[in-house]
Design a protein around this ligand. Structure first.
Ligand code: ADP
Length: 196
């Protein structure tokens, strides 16, 4: 049988632990969805707006508590915190602040990787098994989607290599074209098909 790359076309990687879908992050039924938040934690547009609109006031209340008790100056870029998920189908929301492209003196990739790794770490600390990410920073924060794909996939792959509890990392793209860019630029190791 000829050698060929498996699992690329249906958008699953790393033995099925990572999958790609097109959809709305706020509708994902997983243990936790990740919010592409901003430092205020008090809402915004894009993913942030969709999550707070669908999740209701309970999430904002929880974010206000975190601001008051843990991060009075706001959540630093690259950090992640967890709250309840209000009316969402997910059980929890993990809020992380992506870098604004061009505003971090060349540390953008490091900070974007930190968003993914800290979100995954918070999920594991809370014994969660499934998590869904939007394409952090690629909207209002202006991170080029091709570069973000490479950073995000490398960060997820590095994390999962040392961590066995998480069995689903779902990457949610708003449009098919966003997923296509990701598929061209990701760094996930591709598995060979059986018998190849
Ligand atoms: P950031 O401020 O971190 O750039 P945005 O929310 O502006 O975050 O956008 C991040 C990515 O999420 C963009 O690619 C955008 O198209 C996409 N996006 C926006 N709304 C949703 C949604 N409801 N579900 C999934 N992805 C979304």
């Amino acid at each position: 049988m000829s050698t060929h790359i498996s699992k690329e076309l249906d958008g699953t990687f790393l033995s099925g632990r990572v999958c790609l879908v097109v959809g709305d992050i706020s509708k994902q039924q997983v243990d936790a969805i990740v919010n592409a938040a901003n430092w205020t934690l008090l809402g915004g547009g894009g993913v942030d707006g969709a999550i707070h609109r669908a999740g209701g006031e309970a999430i904002i209340e929880a974010c206000r508590e975190i601001r008051k008790n843990q991060f009075p100056q706001g959540l630093p870029t690259g950090e992640a915190v967890i709250t309840i998920a209000g009316n969402l189908p997910a059980r929890f929301v993990i809020h992380t602040v992506g870098p604004i492209y061009g505003r971090h003196d060349g540390r953008e990739a490091e900070l974007l990787a930190a968003c993914y790794q800290n979100s995954l770490r918070v999920a594991v600390q809370n014994s969660l098994r499934s998590i869904a990410f939007p394409a952090i920073s690629t909207g209002a924060f202006g991170y080029p989607p091709a570069k973000a794909a490479s950073v995000a996939s490398q960060a997820i792959m590095d994390f999962l290599a040392n961590q066995y509890l998480l069995d689903e990392v779902r990457l949610v793209f708003f449009a098919q074209s966003d997923m296509t860019v990701f598929l061209k630029h990701h760094k996930f190791k591709l598995e060979k098909t059986e018998g190849s």
